[in-house]
Design a protein around this ligand. Structure first.
Ligand SMILES: *[C@@H]1O[C@H](CO)[C@@H](O)[C@H](O)[C@H]1NC(C)=O
Ligand SMILES: *[C@@H]1O[C@H](CO)[C@@H](O)[C@H](O)[C@H]1NC(C)=O
Ligand SMILES: *[C@@H]1O[C@H](CO)[C@@H](O)[C@H](O)[C@H]1NC(C)=O
Length: 174
């Protein structure tokens, strides 16, 4: 749950900052948009967009609110997110992540990092590219854990966004 006390103190202490860290939550304000609260799971901050949208729409929603589609980078992140989603009652929810093979069939890249997915945990029999039209990766609950599945990108699902990784690039001005 959100720690309201520390969140309010953080708002008072840093009203003009773009990012304010408040313990287990992160508050992000983007131009023209209201503040978005992210929650911490393992080492990253996330939020869930609770309306069904296509994967294409999901990319823009995350970015508009200071995030990117989630990139799951390790077994420990996968398990932490799975535990969190189960504990919060998301058992029937499907959630878009950054994985896709839109550029080259069966080569799954992350639209968040631009790189091949560093870690995959597919549910049994996946990815199956059913109907030859499943090119975007979402999470669903199978065998008591959230795992990955390929699905039709224009299909409706909720969205798992992570806060932007400002340290992924180094600006080197010479
Ligand atoms: C569930 O687990 C069983 C046994 O390991 C496996 O055969 C099956 O493929 C799994 N199903 C899914 C949907 O992951
Ligand atoms: C949202 O999409 C899921 C499939 O991801 C579907 O099961 C559910 O009924 C949809 N919910 C609404 C409110 O459209
Ligand atoms: C974020 O940046 C760190 C350090 O550069 C890197 O190890 C990590 O893979 C990046 N994560 C994403 C999602 O780009």
């Amino acid at each position: 749950m959100i720690k309201c006390g520390s969140f309010l103190i953080a708002l008072l202490l840093c009203p003009t900052l773009y990012l304010c860290s408040a313990g287990d939550t992160l508050s992000v304000t983007c131009d023209g948009n209201s503040q978005q609260t992210y929650f911490k799971v393992n080492t990253k901050y996330y939020f869930i967009w609770h309306t069904n949208v296509s994967w294409f729409n999901a990319i823009h929603i995350c970015r508009r609110l200071g995030g990117d589609l989630a990139l799951i980078e390790s077994a420990s992140e996968m398990q932490s997110i799975s535990n969190y989603l189960i504990s919060q009652g998301y058992g029937n929810t499907w959630l878009w992540t950054s994985g896709n093979d839109l550029v080259q069939n069966r080569k799954f890249l992350s639209v968040t990092s631009g790189m091949p997915l560093p870690y995959t945990e597919w549910s049994g029999g996946q990815p199956d590219n059913a109907g030859g039209n499943e090119h975007c990766v979402h999470l669903w609950l199978r065998n008591n854990s959230f795992r990955m599945n390929d699905w039709i990108c224009s299909s409706p699902a909720q969205v798992l966004c992570q806060s932007q990784n400002h340290s992924r690039c180094i600006d080197d001005y010479n």
